[in-house]
Design a protein around this ligand. Structure first.
Ligand code: TRP
Length: 445
């Protein structure tokens, strides 16, 4: 049976790193800052933090529980735990399909990062006057071939890593890159804050302007928080299924969620000051980091050319790898399903997914309305819906003793038992009610 010969992650740190590898990615570096810019700055940040702690963290724990309890891919997880109930089987299918939609446009942005990595290697930012460095982005995305090729290259490499298997591929990859990324974002943050005019950006992130608050802000903040933690899409369920029975899943979930949150905030403080210093509109949309960060490097290049060159190369390399660990987790969901359910070989499954996501991604790359629609549909509708179903599943379908048993790792972590009633309450009532209210206000108001 598939359950017996499944691989497991190697230990606590490995679990946190792999899950954080899935969570920390373009969502933090690319999406979070532009969402903050489009939805009112500090107000968005505050709501985002509250949503993460009260709603997303309980959802995260619920998904890890589903994965570890069932020890199988996301589709079979729902089916097995609900004793083959047809509705939950359907939910399982959705949680296999949707990550592939995300992977398609996600790898388009991965491709943009790849191009910016090449640009750093050829010292393009330093050779361009700082005032016009943000225009490079428009020129790049409007060219027909370059974004398509970089998208396919990015997706191809991600798929190759997935083909390497969970332990040798995914785990090793995440272990090296996350610490590097943390260090680099701190370097950029320090420089970005010191730029003339940057103070405005720091203020924008710290002082809320409550007049910017609308019902939509909640929907976008919650959607962003789910997106950033890789929730609602079978990713965390699938990774949860590789966690050993004795592991303390409360500690690993909290560790992952907090490092993801910290990372998003750091990215915000690295990017917003640069946006203001460069005179870019904070609500400029998906191109925001590709316009503001090169400005930092162009400016830095005037005073410190060597440091600027090295930092820009390392920075885009780190983004690529962070994006790749997330993209890998999206693809792994489909691969686990195709291997265990359709009995394809791991390699065949990887090829199939490369073709499917590659073609859809080409469409997104060529048409920004398709891109925007997919991003909106996935993160503002499907993620909320799927996360809602996951918490309802744990709260109402599974008998209470199952989450309790998972929460304490079958008695291995008895101390967790004390906070179980609180977390169970958040999972059963607070998270679903919050998601439903936010979902509907988004449409009605
Ligand atoms: N969380 C990742 C990021 O922040 C993206 C991601 C990976 C994702 N897996 C996901 C988003 C599943 C939604 C659902 O970049």
């Amino acid at each position: 049976m598939a359950t017996q010969n499944r691989e497991n992650f190697g230990g606590r740190l490995a679990v946190i790193l792999a899950m954080a590898g899935s969570a920390i990615g373009l969502g933090n570096i690319w999406r979070f800052p532009y969402m903050v810019g489009e939805h009112g700055g500090a107000v968005f940040v505050i709501i985002y933090v509250v949503c993460t702690l009260l709603v997303s963290l309980p959802v995260f724990i619920a998904e890890v529980m589903i994965g570890r309890r069932s020890h199988t891919n996301a589709l079979d997880a729902f089916a097995r735990l609900s004793r083959q109930h047809p509705f939950w089987k359907g939910v399982g299918y959705l949680s296999i399909l949707i990550p592939l939609l995300i992977a398609s446009y996600y790898s388009v942005i991965g491709g943009w990062s790849l191009d910016y990595f090449f640009k750093s290697c050829t010292l393009t930012f330093m050779r361009t006057p700082p005032e016009s460095v943000s225009d490079l982005f428009g020129t790049f995305v409007s060219s027909p071939w370059a974004p398509v090729l970089t998208h396919l290259a990015f997706l191809g490499v991600s798929v190759l890593v997935v083909a390497g298997g969970v332990k040798s591929g995914i785990e090793k990859f995440s272990k090296i890159t996350l610490p590097v990324l943390f260090a680099l974002i701190l370097v950029i943050l320090t420089y970005s804050i010191s730029l003339p005019g940057a103070g405005e950006g720091v203020r924008y992130l710290l002082y809320p302007d409550w007049s910017q608050l609308t019902p939509r802000t909640f929907a976008y903040a919650l959607g962003q928080s789910f997106y950033s933690l890789s929730l609602g899409m079978g990713c965390i369920i699938t990774y949860g299924s590789y966690v050993s029975r004795k592991e303390n899943i409360v500690a690993t979930s909290a560790g992952t969620a907090l490092s993801d949150l910290l990372f998003a905030i750091l990215a915000g403080f690295a990017i917003m000051p640069a946006v203001f210093a460069a005179g870019i509109e904070p609500g400029a949309g998906p191109g925001l980091i590709f316009q503001s960060i090169p400005f930092v490097f162009a400016k830095m290049g005037v005073e410190l050319p060597v440091i600027s060159a090295v930092a820009s190369i390392l920075f885009f390399l780190a983004i690529i790898v962070a994006a790749m660990t997330s993209c890998i987790s999206l693809i792994e969901v489909g691969v686990a399903f195709l291997v265990e359910r359709v009995h394809m070989t791991r390699r065949g499954a990887c090829w199939a997914l490369f073709l499917a996501c590659g073609s859809l991604g080409v469409l997104c790359s060529l048409s920004s309305p398709v891109f925007d629609f997919l991003d909106w549909l996935c993160s503002n509708i499907l993620l909320l819906l799927m996360a809602l179903l996951a918490v309802l599943f744990v709260g109402f379908v599974l008998p209470r003793r199952v989450p309790l048993d998972e929460f304490t790792s079958r008695g291995h972590c008895p101390a967790n038992g004390r906070i179980f009633p609180l977390v169970y309450f958040l999972i059963k009532w607070v998270a679903p009610i919050a998601v439903v209210i936010i979902f509907f206000t988004n449409f009605i108001l």
